[in-house]
Ligand binder design. Structure first.
Ligand SMILES: NC(=O)c1ccc[n+]([C@@H]2O[C@H](COP(=O)([O-])OP(=O)(O)OC[C@H]3O[C@@H](n4cnc5c(N)ncnc54)[C@H](O)[C@@H]3O)[C@@H](O)[C@H]2O)c1
Ligand SMILES: [Zn+2]
Ligand SMILES: [Zn+2]
Length: 371
């Protein structure tokens, strides 16, 4: 009688045959293409995951429009959930087939930056590098692809508990980690009044984060009525339209003197300045937006430098411990980000997803890219 044998898959190294994969490639400003490219391989200390769900970030829009330069031929995207397909030498405690999430920021866990608690400013084994922790879809191939090579895998693969679905966790890789960090870096305390400028995906997560940190009152600011509605659903107590009022004056009226913390989640001079002007003396402006050109601090909004004000900036925190902690918030019912995943597209149609997302059409917040 003929017998069939099941191939035995080695625990640490999977099939080593060279293959290709489908990936979304940045070709030139305003030109991306889904192409067949070589499948990445895991070197020492690295892993390759088969991506099962990814999404598009506002920062990818800056890249595609040519506002943030990356090299032609780079696979873009930096938010990934997947299954381990290959483990390089020296990566322990994982098996082929484990479901994992990898943060947008992949710190090495070894350099001065990482060991000083500034993992996002990782120097890849030595020193500090400004924003050096952001590598996917920036300086190395990213997550809008069938396979993703993960550097410093030991520090960056976070196993997903079996009771959580991909859709429940994918937004933790970037927007939730970033948005929540706006409230954390702002030092939001029990009973604080917090105003959040911009209620896009990042600002909505800052609103959720401010509540998690114990804010008594969160004011969400956005000119888009749909985004103000979702802000209320996600926990803003009051929403304001900046096209119909002077926000700083309104916030001072509502709070009786100014917000304890203002979070900027857009990246413009106008919102940076309005954030500063909305604060009480001694308050904190926590800035998340990515700015271009010159950014000014007006003398009067800054109390001539004597107002005990703090201005802090934060790049999305990454690494497996951060992902683990955020997944615990989901598992225990503290947060549910699935309402922000408004649309689904297969990788082959990612170009359409970019158009929809970039133009804020059809009530889009985040797009799930499937395989
Ligand atoms: N710090 C980080 O690590 C990090 C990570 C990811 C993204 N970002 C940056 O965060 C910013 C926000 O990202 P996003 O994906 O939420 O973008 P988004 O464009 O979807 O959201 C911005 C929101 O601001 C609103 N807005 C426009 N004018 C406004 C005004 N005058 N006052 C208040 N709101 C106004 C828009 O209607 C929109 O809803 C971007 O600059 C992005 O590059 C930073
Ligand atoms: Zn991003
Ligand atoms: Zn490092």
């Amino acid at each position: 009688m003929a017998t069939t044998t099941t191939p035995v898959r080695p625990l640490l190294f999977s099939d080593t045959s060279v293959g290709t994969m489908r990936a979304n490639v940045f070709v030139a400003p305003n030109r991306i293409e889904v192409r067949e490219v070589p499948r990445p391989r895991a070197g020492a200390g690295e892993a390759v995951i088969r991506v099962t769900l990814t999404t598009i970030c506002g920062t990818d829009i800056h890249i595609v429009r040519g506002e943030y330069p990356v090299r032609s031929g780079l696979v873009i995207g930096h938010e990934a959930v997947g299954v381990i397909a290959e483990l390089g030498a020296g990566v322990t405690g994982y098996e082929i087939g484990d479901r994992v999430i990898v943060g947008a920021i992949t710190p090495c866990g070894q350099c001065h930056g990482c060991l000083s608690g500034h993992q996002s400013q990782c120097g890849h084994g030595t020193g500090f590098e400004a924003a050096g922790g952001w590598r996917f879809g920036n300086t190395i191939d990213g997550a809008q692809a069938e396979y993703l090579r993960v550097p410093y895998a030991q520090a960056n693969l976070a196993k997903i508990p079996g009771d959580l679905r991909d859709e429940q966790v994918v937004l933790l890789a970037d927007i939730a980690s970033t948005g929540f960090s706006g409230a954390e870096s702002g030092g939001v305390k029990l009973g604080d009044s917090v105003v959040v400028f911009g209620q896009g995906p990042i600002g909505l997560c800052a609103t959720i984060g401010a509540r998690l940190m114990g804010a008594a009152r969160v004011i969400g600011v956005d000119p888009d009525p749909h985004r103000r509605d979702i802000a209320k659903r996600m926990g803003a107590d009051i929403v304001l339209d900046p096209s119909t009022m002077e926000i700083a004056a309104e916030v001072k009226l509502i709070t009786g003197g100014g917000a304890d913390v203002a979070i900027e989640a857009l990246g413009t001079q106008a919102t940076f300045e309005a954030g500063l002007r909305s604060l009480r003396p001694g308050g904190t402006l926590s800035s998340l937006g990515v700015y271009s050109g010159k950014l000014g601090v007006p003398y009067d909004a800054f109390a001539a430098g004597l107002g005990d004000l703090r201005i802090v900036t934060t790049l999305c925190p990454g690494g497996k411990e951060r992902m683990h902690r955020l997944m615990e918030l989901v598992r225990h019912g503290r947060i549910d980000l699935t309402p922000l995943l408004t649309h689904r597209y297969p990788l082959e149609r990612i170009g359409e997803a970019y158009e929809l997302f970039g133009e804020h059409r059809d009530g889009v917040l985040k797009v799930a890219i499937t395989f």
